[in-house]
Write a protein that binds this ligand. Structure first.
Ligand code: DP6
Length: 324
């Protein structure tokens, strides 16, 4: 049987309206709809080759063999891709991140988006974006959104079939910059897979999910109108609500480092001074600072002066994945 290597590149994304907690953990069906911007400038590139000579799946990440947990997660996703494509051979997978490994920037979204697209292509099966998104979601919930570029909404649903992402505006609609203030490079203690499982133990989770539809509509409207002030307000509120749930879960999850808080405060001061910038924080201590291109230079220099900021990564509204 003929073998060919497929290569796919995908970007991570930052959710302005986040999901936290799953309706179904095994299928990674999220508790609420979410809305993100794809992050061009940060890229995961993955090669997949199905090969009859292999006795098991092989996986290299940035040239090295990763730990057992990462290998098992990739093998489980390859099992799903084999089931969906009819492919029976094991695969050789090589994945490279363009952004510094261990900088604490979530790479599971770009990783599983690239893996899903490359595996489908290597198996010679063409799926529509909706199917690719649904399959990527099974590898990592947020990967469903990285199947598309620009601004993207991931639908929550009761069934697997209806939980997939769709574009709400292409990259060209509005160029925003994400300056990621890296305050801690160590690996987070509680990953999101475990975190999602504790979300419902917080008494605030019901209120967060109940209000998510309103926040999502406010966010969509602000993006459609390129209304930065309203986007800033609702995205910061959404990030704070997720962290309020995390803080009040059992066991509690406190992802912020002291410097995370310093960056958030500085961002709020800068906005009060008239700069177009807001923050958003995922399941880790690093702070995404979203701004307009006009504000970027001043925001960058202000962030560089906040004590505890080790590095600032630059991303911006990005394109959909590519595959060769
Ligand atoms: C806080 O996609 O990382 O970034 O399915 O366990 O990989 P897994 O979860 P993941 O969860 C994303 C959580 C978040 C919010 C968001 O991106 O919506």
């Amino acid at each position: 049987m003929e073998t060919h290597t497929a290569q796919a590149s995908a970007h991570p994304n930052i959710a302005f309206i986040k999901y936290w907690g799953n309706r179904n953990d095994a299928l990674r069906i999220p508790a609420n709809d979410s809305l993100s911007m794809t992050l061009g400038g940060l890229t995961t590139t993955t090669n997949v080759t199905f090969d009859a000579e292999l006795a098991s799946d092989e996986f290299l990440l940035d040239g090295k063999e990763p730990g057992a947990a990462a290998r098992e997660r990739v093998a489980a996703h390859l099992d799903l891709m084999r089931l969906e494509t009819g492919e029976t051979r094991f695969a050789r997978v090589e994945s490279m991140n363009s952004f510094p490994a261990g900088a604490g920037i979530a790479s599971s979204a770009s990783a599983f988006a690239a893996l899903t697209i490359a595996a489908a292509s290597a198996a010679d099966v063409q799926f529509d974006p909706r199917t690719l998104s649904r399959l990527a979601r099974r590898g990592s919930g947020s990967a469903a959104r990285s199947i598309l570029g620009g601004y993207v909404q991931l639908h929550a649903a009761d069934e697997d079939e209806f939980s997939y992402a769709e574009s709400i505006a292409p990259r060209e609609h509005w160029r925003l910059i994400d300056l990621i203030a890296v305050v801690d490079r160590t690996h987070k203690q509680t990953g999101s897979t475990r975190g999602h499982q504790t979300a419902s133990s917080s008494p605030l989770q019901t209120a967060r999910v109940a209000d998510a539809g309103r926040r999502l509509e406010a966010c969509r409207t602000a993006i459609t109108a390129r209304d930065f002030a309203h986007l800033a307000h609702v995205a910061e509120q959404d990030s704070n609500m997720m962290h309020a749930v995390m803080l009040t879960s059992s066991p509690p999850l406190l992802y912020w480092a002291p410097a995370s808080l310093s960056v958030m405060r500085r961002v709020n001061e800068l906005r009060q001074d008239g700069l177009d910038v807001f923050y958003s924080v995922d399941a880790g201590p690093n702070v995404h600072c979203l701004c307009t291109p006009d504000a970027a230079r001043e925001v960058l220099s202000a962030l560089g002066q906040v004590p505890g900021v080790a590095e600032i990564l630059h991303a911006e509204t990005g394109a959909p994945p590519t595959c060769t």
